[in-house]
Design a protein around this ligand. Structure first.
Ligand SMILES: [Fe+2]
Ligand SMILES: [Fe+2]
Length: 300
């Protein structure tokens, strides 16, 4: 039985948890390849997927629907072919993240100059997210959406993203934890839609689930990591920010469509972010993830 991510924790325990996380991170993702913006184990994993490609049995019936909606939701989602819509939603969400971490990479401290374990972790965390961007493109290729790249970030957005990592830690930590939470909630919905929508594409479904599991195991670890950055004030304030920030973000990403016409139910996802708990996650996924010491074992 795990404890809530907002369980209390003292300074010494947080410090020990950063050290423990660093060990987990390097064991799981490998060494940083600074120039390549890559990690050795992530690179090997992507090479494995590329060398053993899986493609859907049939092309998407309407690939144009994916392309029209991948940057922003332009069609009425109720009228879009569901697999194309799901892939467009994943792409849009992942592109947002790719943009943020690509710009964040510019403003985080390179590993050789990192003085603290937190700075080392932040550099590798940023790189892990960049590696996720590559896995998401692999997901698109599984559905024969070849040759996609992430569009360049517009200059105003890029500037905003470069400022975020320089915000005071107290502010940044709360927003960063919520960003990780809403990511996991979104990916869990994606995961359940794979079962609903891909019954006639079992090989492609298994491959995209494998890719998503690689991503989710990291993202679950990021939740614990970003929780570990919070002091007592952050632990008190962050739960109050979950609903407004998640609600705003899901609206931006997935559209504020009338009830029943949305591709995913934003209100349900906000509820799930508020109720996030390690209990209820697939055990196979949870055992690949890192959980802070103060959230392991014990009561609710
Ligand atoms: Fe991520
Ligand atoms: Fe993350």
């Amino acid at each position: 039985m795990h404890r809530s991510i907002f369980s209390p924790c003292g300074t010494a325990e947080r410090k020990a948890n950063f050290e423990e996380y660093w060990t987990h991170l390097t064991a799981r993702s490998g060494e940083l390849l600074e120039e390549e913006r890559d990690l050795t184990k992530k690179k090997a994993r992507l090479a494995h997927y590329r060398e053993n490609p899986v493609r859907s049995r049939r092309p998407l019936p309407d690939p144009g629907a994916f392309h029209r909606n991948s940057a922003r939701l332009t069609d009425d989602p109720a009228a879009v072919e569901p697999v194309a819509l799901l892939l467009a939603n994943i792409f849009r969400f992942a592109y947002h993240e790719w943009s943020a971490v690509s710009e964040g990479w510019v403003s985080t401290v390179p590993l050789a100059k990192a003085r603290t374990v937190q700075e080392r972790i932040t550099r590798l965390h940023c790189c892990e997210e960049i590696c996720h961007g590559r896995l998401f493109l692999e997901m698109m290729r599984t559905f024969r959406l070849e040759g996609l790249e992430w569009p360049p970030v517009d200059p105003a957005t890029a500037r905003a993203y470069r400022v975020i990592p320089r915000l005071p830690e107290a502010l940044l930590s709360q927003a960063a934890l919520i960003a990780e939470l809403l990511g996991v909630v979104f990916y869990r919905h994606v995961d359940s839609l794979f079962d609903d929508l891909l019954q006639e594409e079992p090989e492609a479904r298994d491959r995209v689930r494998e890719l998503l599991d690689d991503i989710m195991a990291d993202e679950l670890s990021h939740i614990g990591l970003r929780r570990n950055f919070l002091g007592p004030v952050g632990v008190r304030l962050t739960p109050r920010l979950v609903a407004p920030l998640c609600g705003w973000f899901f609206g931006e990403m997935l559209g504020n469509m009338p009830e029943g016409r949305r591709p995913m139910d934003n209100a349900v996802m906000v509820e799930e972010a508020l109720a996030f708990h390690y209990e209820g996650l697939r055990p196979a996924l949870l055992e690949r993830a890192w959980v802070p010491s103060y959230c392991r074992g014990g009561g609710a």
